[in-house]
Design a protein around this ligand. Structure first.
Ligand code: DAH
Length: 342
């Protein structure tokens, strides 16, 4: 039996040398040292030996067991070290490499421009007031002195909805009525920024969606000179005094008198291009003294109150400021365009 133990030990140690990974090592352990392993099998024969031989054989068996266990342990540690070293080599990280910067978003140029406009007017004491993009025909037109079927409706290409009397607002002007009705009889100095919709053929100059910033001041003794002063101060700040401007008489149903403000076209330097329709000037806003009918619709008595209003095109202004020659860039969502701002 001692010989059996010795030869089993020799075989086990030889096999152990050939073990190359932890899974094979575990198989080896089960085979030789497991509860039903080779060592246990041999030991089961111990009871059949004469009593006086048992202690010596038992001692040898224990020694073999201890040696196999030690050899197993040694192999296990070596294999684990090796596996770890291999993993370190395979997954090596060069901590000195610079990290990859995450792609940060930024505010859209249209939003940046809206905020810049708002902050200029904030300095002049105008609050920001927002009103709905889906409007009633009454607010968008009728209360602004544009009755149904009035030819002035042709000034706005309108998205009607399948709900009778509901439109996508064609301008921010209906907010004037909402604001006046909410604030009467207080004085008003406010701008109303927001998105508007036009049923337009899209081109370099026209989009079917854009942003406007409406302005409204209502109070006592408000004059045309106040309006002009505010608009000139705005243009000077927005364009840092680098662009010429002009006022041109115009017509809007909700103001009387009415005019438009043009800014010198930067894209062609005044020589004429598709953005300025070959005129050298780009219209940025309409303005005027609030029409008495509109004041009245807002709840203010035109005999006691007066007011001025304006409505400017946000994207137009950004085009002039940054020399962008096609309004379609604003909604095309091309990162090559958007990443240039901010
Ligand atoms: N709502 C006009 C438009 O979209 C712009 C405008 C003109 C607004 C004159 C005004 C104004 O407040 O007084 O074409």
């Amino acid at each position: 039996m001692q010989d059996q133990l010795k030869s089993m030990e020799a075989e086990a140690l030889a096999r152990l040398d050939a073990v190359q990974d932890l899974a094979a090592l575990e198989d080896w352990r089960t085979e030789y040292l497991g509860r039903r392993g080779r060592l246990a099998q041999i030991m089961r024969g111990l009871g059949a030996l004469p009593a006086e031989e048992r202690p010596a054989v038992g001692q040898v068996a224990n020694q073999v067991k201890a040696r196999l266990e030690a050899a197993y342990e040694e192999r296990r540690v070596a294999l684990e070290e090796e596996a770890k070293a291999r993993a370190f080599r395979a997954e090596a990280v060069d901590v000195t490499l610079p990290g990859r910067p995450p792609a940060l978003g930024r505010l859209h140029i249209a939003t940046q421009n809206l905020r810049e406009i708002s902050s200029i007017f904030a300095q002049m004491g105008f609050e920001v007031y927002e009103t709905p993009e889906v409007e009633t025909d009454e607010m968008n037109f009728q209360l602004l002195n544009i009755p149904p079927h009035h030819p002035a409706r042709d000034m706005w290409s309108t998205f009607y909805t399948d709900r009778e009397g509901v439109v996508l607002r064609t301008h921010t002007s209906p907010g004037q009525i909402r604001l006046m009705r909410e604030r009467y009889p207080a004085e008003i100095r406010a701008i109303l920024p927001g998105k508007i919709y036009r049923y337009e053929q899209v081109s370099a100059r026209y989009e079917y969606q854009l942003h406007q910033v409406e302005g409204l001041a209502v109070g006592r003794n408000i004059h045309m000179s106040d309006l002009k002063g505010v608009l000139v101060a705005f243009a000077q700040q927005m364009f840092q005094g680098t662009r010429r401007w002009r006022f041109r008489g115009s017509y809007f149903p909700f103001t009387e008198p009415s005019f438009e403000m043009d800014i010198e076209c930067v894209l062609c330097g005044g020589g004429g291009c598709r953005v300025c329709k070959y005129s050298g000037w780009v219209e940025i806003l309409g303005a005027g003294m609030v029409h008495p009918v509109v004041l009245q619709n807002g709840g203010y008595d035109p005999a006691a109150y007066s007011g001025f209003a304006f409505g400017m095109g946000n994207e137009r202004i950004a085009m002039l400021k940054y020399a962008i020659d096609d309004i379609r860039y604003f909604f095309a969502n091309d990162p090559r365009f958007l990443a240039q701002f901010g």
